[in-house]
Design a protein around this ligand. Structure first.
Ligand code: HPA
Ligand code: ZN
Length: 337
């Protein structure tokens, strides 16, 4: 099963680029910029990763970004993630980035996106991994700040497939950003939002995503299982749910394997993703492996999860069909073997 998962052609739809900042790169960039980190070694830094909920994770995540300053830093960040993803046989990735976490520190939007884009183009040519970018607004900042960021993105619209909503959900419901997302839709962006696991008012937030915002996808959304009407809407619309098992284990102490299995049985398009792999110490293969080893998911269920990711990806139908074909060929060959 280890090899089967490692070589499975796959897609990743929920990964925060800033969450792929490995400690080694943090130290390298700190040295380059003459920044003193609070920790002497990679081991010391890793020991500080003792998050137990979303706010305790986010504090460490935002603090670590201080080393990302110039275009080449964003190139390195993205290149290292894409190299790792390609090694894990990710054929296609949709990656989040958090521009406000950088513009608020005086780093220009253009610096961020040009560095990321350069790595995307090089990875497509040299590593054979294709990617698209999703701009995430930070929901604990104002709607006005999100709107300004949306407008800042427009000169680079051709490099961005959609917009999302991340950061601390408590007290920051989807409807806070109704106007921003309405405008984003007008600009032609796809829409997704985080509905993190076990958040206060989570069912109301998922309901707003579906019925007020009209999202094309939900990030996490595990609690939808508590409401049959939400499940029915998600299944009927064929909406994808980008679930991140190891991340869930960190922030809610539950791999949510039983929940993922139940979604599959209800015909909901659950997918498996890594979220912030440098922090949760698990890329997409380790997430799938954990579902098998600890959650007891079968080979067929793993394949269904990966297939769902290609089905709900924001791709044109020709490319989608070619990825689905590669997956099918792999599965058939392994069944015959
Ligand atoms: N949830 C909310 N915000 C985030 C996350 C997450 O899992 N990762 C990075 N920003
Ligand atoms: Zn996330």
């Amino acid at each position: 099963m280890n090899d089967f998962i490692a070589n499975l052609p796959k897609a990743e739809l929920h990964v925060h680029l800033e969450g792929t900042l490995e400690p080694e790169l943090s130290f390298e960039l700190a040295k380059k910029h003459g920044i003193e980190l609070e920790y002497a070694t990679v081991e010391d830094l890793l020991r500080a990763y003792d998050f137990h909920d979303l706010p305790s994770f986010l504090r460490i995540y935002y603090k670590a970004m201080s080393v990302l300053l110039d275009e080449d830093d964003f190139f390195q960040l993205t290149w290292q993630y894409l190299s790792k993803a390609a090694q894990q046989r990710v054929l296609y990735a949709e990656m989040f980035f958090d521009p406000q976490a950088h513009t608020s520190r005086g780093v220009a939007f253009e610096t961020v996106i040009r560095g990321i884009r350069r790595a995307q183009e090089r990875a497509s040519l040299e590593l054979g991994i294709d990617t698209q970018l999703i701009l995430c607004f930070l929901r604990d900042l104002s709607a006005q700040s999100a709107m300004a960021t949306l407008e800042e993105s427009i000169p680079f619209k051709h490099w961005i497939v959609g917009v999302g909503l991340d950061s601390d959900e408590k007290g920051n419901p989807p409807v806070k950003f109704s106007e921003v997302f309405r405008k984003a839709r007008q600009y032609g962006y796809r829409l997704t939002m985080h509905c993190d696991v076990n958040q206060e008012n989570t069912l109301a937030h998922i309901h707003q995503c579906l019925h007020t915002i009209g999202v094309d996808r939900i990030d996490h959304g595990v609690n939808s299982l508590e409401d049959p009407a939400l499940c029915a809407t998600i299944a009927e619309r064929g909406l994808g749910l980008t679930i991140c098992p190891v991340s869930n284990r960190f922030v809610v102490q539950n791999l949510t394997a039983a929940e993922i299995r139940r979604m599959l049985s209800l015909g909901m398009r659950a997918t498996v993703n890594s979220d912030d792999p440098a922090y949760f110490r698990a890329y997409v293969n380790e997430n799938l492996q954990a579902l098998h080893d600890e959650g007891g998911l079968t080979r067929d269920e793993i394949v269904q999860l990966v297939s769902n990711a290609f089905t709900v990806a924001w791709l044109d139908e020709t490319r989608r069909a070619s990825y689905v074909q590669r997956l099918q060929t792999y599965v058939d060959r392994n069944r015959a073997a």
